[in-house]
Design a protein around this ligand. Structure first.
Ligand code: NDP
Length: 433
């Protein structure tokens, strides 16, 4: 069987088995199509049906999460943990709390996590989880009761050497604290069981910043390889959460003018460069809407809708840091025509085709946090940040080299997918069935 027909047959089976999982199918088909050249060089992977095994999660858990709201009513949400692949290490991947969460979304995120984790060079497998619970508008007590119920079930399936969840959309320091507190109550203190923890109970310095900073380190490498630099570029950033805030912070430190941040209601434009301290105050302290930025910063404007529809903005770098499928084909074509030189993805699958490499910094520092927890040590911010920087440089180089080796030079997306896949495939092949 040719490499292309092997890949297509795996995709056909997938579609037939799970016709109602569009996000997962989109992620799998994008990724599989870019790694087809690997099977021409490695017929042994076809014979061992590595792909057929890789697209099926090793384990997918769905559970009920009952919790009591402040009015005394009983609410029920759905919880998920998809443990996708453990060929190179314990399952690792975030938890997402958002009303859109379903099995298809968790599978797409878990599947991409396998390759992203492999690229970091650290020994971590791929997983993802979450719930359709919406933390927005809930009191701290409601969020705590939800997290405790969620962890009461999840705790049966995770552990420091088995599966180590972290944050994602809707899961920040507050939620990780409540989740960890409940795990500890049930099982005793095992620091390595969650990453993104607070600094006072086993968290790593630079973990909060890691995904956003890592995105900018990656973008820096990408520009350098193409004879450009970050200095004096104009960037549009979407989102105003953990990834967007820290991407903006690092970009500005390296001389970029960040023009925008956004949330699901609208976006602000600040021609003087976004004041990250104001965004942190609104989103992290007040848990408010980004609209408030325009009320506080002279000259800034607020607009409803998607920042990617703002046709009057002139920029060089598009850095989507909010959610999946935020950039469609038409918008991407318009960027190209308007002279945008790079789209680097902080979010997972914000556009199609998708790239998995640029946002790997978060999970990389999560793995460093696991290492610090098992050593019972805390590394300095500078040490972790410089490890992160090196990992992002490595990821770019590995992607660039793999693209050259497999006949698609300059295609960093394909290169990243191939480099991530090869390590996992090699481990799966070596370990037998
Ligand atoms: P946060 O919850 O901190 O922030 C998410 C931001 O995106 C908020 O501003 C939110 O606005 C906005 N947003 C969410 N959904 C939508 C939507 N449907 N339309 C428009 N805006 C939306 O999440 P993170 O910053 O942690 O995550 C952002 C992205 O980065 C996700 O794709 C995540 O998977 C990815 N990522 C995160 C990592 C991490 O370490 N945190 C690691 C790797 C990837 P609003 O408040 O209105 O919902």
């Amino acid at each position: 069987m040719s490499a292309a027909s092997y890949v297509q047959s795996v995709l056909a089976t997938l579609k037939q088995r799970d016709p109602n999982q569009p996000e997962f199918f989109e992620a799998a088909s994008t990724l599989l199509n870019t790694i087809t050249p690997v099977f021409e060089k490695h017929p042994e992977y076809v014979k061992a049906n590595v792909l057929g095994r890789l697209v099926e999660p090793e384990r997918a858990i769905q559970f009920a999460v009952p919790w009591q709201d402040d009015q005394g009513s009983i609410q029920v949400n759905r919880g998920f943990r998809v443990q996708f692949n453990s060929a190179i290490g314990p399952y690792k991947g975030g938890l997402r709390l958002h009303p859109s969460v379903n099995l298809s979304i968790v599978k797409f995120l878990g599947f991409e996590q396998i390759f992203k984790n492999s690229l970091t060079t650290l020994p971590i497998g791929g997983a993802k989880g979450g719930s359709d619970f919406d933390p927005k508008g809930k009191s701290d007590a409601e969020v705590m009761r939800f997290c405790q119920s969620f962890m009461t079930e999840l705790s049966k399936y995770i552990g420091p050497d088995l599966d180590v969840p972290a944050g994602d959309i809707g899961v920040g320091a507050r939620e990780i604290g409540y989740l960890y507190g409940q795990y500890k109550r049930l099982k005793g203190a095992q620091r390595g069981v969650l990453t993104g923890k607070g600094l006072s109970y086993g968290g790593s310095l630079a973990r909060t910043e890691a995904t956003g900073y890592g995105l900018i380190y990656y973008t820096d490498e990408l520009l350098k390889a193409n004879g450009e630099t970050l200095a004096d570029k104009r960037a549009v950033i979407s989102g105003a959460g953990n990834v967007a805030i820290h991407a903006a912070e690092k970009a500005e430190a390296l001389g970029v003018k960040v023009l925008t941040v956004s949330d699901s209601s609208g976006y602000v434009v600040d021609e003087n460069g976004i004041d990250v301290a104001v965004v942190k105050q609104i989103k992290e302290v007040e848990r408010g809407r980004i609209k408030a930025y325009a009320d506080r910063v002279a000259g800034a404007e607020y607009h409803e809708g998607s920042v990617w529809d703002a046709t009057d903005l002139k920029f060089d770098l598009a850095l989507p840091c909010a959610t999946q499928n935020e950039i469609d084909g038409q918008q991407a074509a318009r960027f190209k025509a308007a002279g945008v030189i790079a789209v680097a993805e902080g979010a997972n699958m914000p556009s199609n085709p998708d790239a998995i490499a640029a946002n790997a910094g978060g999970v990389a520092v999560s793995a460093l946090e696991m290492g610090q927890n098992s050593r019972r040590e805390s590394d300095s911010f500078e040490k972790v940040d410089s490890q992160l920087h090196e990992i992002m440089q490595h990821i770019f180089k590995a992607s660039d080299d793999a693209a050259d080796e497999y006949g698609v030079p300059g295609n960093y997306e394909a290169g990243a997918n191939i480099a991530g896949f090869l390590k996992v495939a090699d481990a799966m092949y070596a370990q037998g069935m």
